[in-house]
Design a protein around this ligand. Structure first.
Ligand code: DQA
Length: 139
């Protein structure tokens, strides 16, 4: 089974970035544990701060992977192109946000992705990525 995790802008700074909101664990540290926990799953991790690169990666993995966990960061709230890419591909996508976007600024309450994904997990910290994988595995 192949699962892609795609993280968008500024998520490369997890652990250093606003730890009160996003926690103090880096994604690399978290990913190490995730790969151990799901040793039987091929987990491919991609992060980019560039919108078009996220579109390219969704297109690359979106026809033969079994699932995609997508945290598009701030592009969630701005990117028609990433929303269109999610709608265009065949692989089911779970949208994850570490923070509870609904409890923050109003501009974070709208997502161009939510209507296109299989489901969304928000506000449960890094655990959200695990829950997304559990759901993808269980389908
Ligand atoms: C985020 C929430 C977004 O609003 C923000 O721009 C991010 C991270 C989250 O994981 O909580 O970069 O996607």
């Amino acid at each position: 089974m192949k699962i892609a995790i795609i993280n968008g802008p500024n998520l490369n700074l997890l652990g250093k970035r606003e730890p009160g909101i996003y926690g103090s664990t880096s994604f690399e540290e978290f990913l190490e544990g995730l790969k151990k926990k799901y040793a039987n799953i091929d987990i491919n991790y991609f992060q980019s701060n560039v919108e078009g690169e996220i579109v390219n990666e969704l297109q690359r993995v979106g026809f033969d992977y079994d699932g995609i966990v997508l945290n598009a960061g701030a592009y969630t709230h701005t990117s028609i192109a990433i929303g269109d890419a999610v709608a265009a591909i065949k692989t089911p996508v779970v949208e994850v946000h570490i923070s509870n976007v609904h409890a923050r600024e109003d501009f974070r309450k709208f997502s161009y992705l939510s209507a296109k994904v299989a489901g969304s997990i928000v506000g449960l910290g890094l655990k959200g990525y695990e829950l997304a994988i559990d759901w993808l595995v269980s389908r």
